[in-house]
Design a protein around this ligand. Structure first.
Ligand SMILES: [Fe+2]
Length: 134
């Protein structure tokens, strides 16, 4: 299974947010390693760590967005809650390698882009207010 990659197109331009996104991708890649090693316990552990990190990241990010008076964040927090729910439900009850495979594919093919894409508007905001250059 391919590893996840955080491409420069998804860099937000805020140190803490970008570091969190990189940490989330790294945890998913550790989950891929666990899957490749057919280590079900490690799959479960890495998934749990990912969900925990995701909750912390979203809370941090919401605070940062408020600090930068990012008005378009309306709906962002509800979306975050929804993503956490999905991430948790994907791994819940996974007891087989096939189950973890489906979980990983869904994380890679849909959840990760959901997590990252919405933040691109915040990246634009940081440029608009002069915090970042293009
Ligand atoms: Fe984010």
């Amino acid at each position: 299974m391919n590893k996840f990659e955080l491409t420069p197109a998804f860099f937000i331009g805020h140190k803490e947010i970008d570091a969190d996104h990189a940490a989330l991708v790294s945890l998913l890649n550790k989950m891929v390693d666990a899957y490749m090693a057919e280590d079900l316990t490690a799959c479960h552990d890495k998934w749990q760590q990912f969900c925990h990190k995701l909750e912390i990241h979203f809370a941090t990010e919401e605070a940062i967005m408020r600090q930068f008076e990012f008005r378009e964040s309306a709906g962002h927090e509800e979306e975050h809650q929804e993503i956490i729910k999905i991430a948790k439900s994907l791994g819940e009850g996974c007891t087989t390698l096939g189950g973890w495979e489906t979980c990983l594919f869904t994380m890679r093919d849909s959840l990760l882009s959901l997590i990252l894409k919405r933040d691109l508007k915040f990246a634009e905001h940081l440029v608009t207010i002069g915090y970042n250059r293009v």
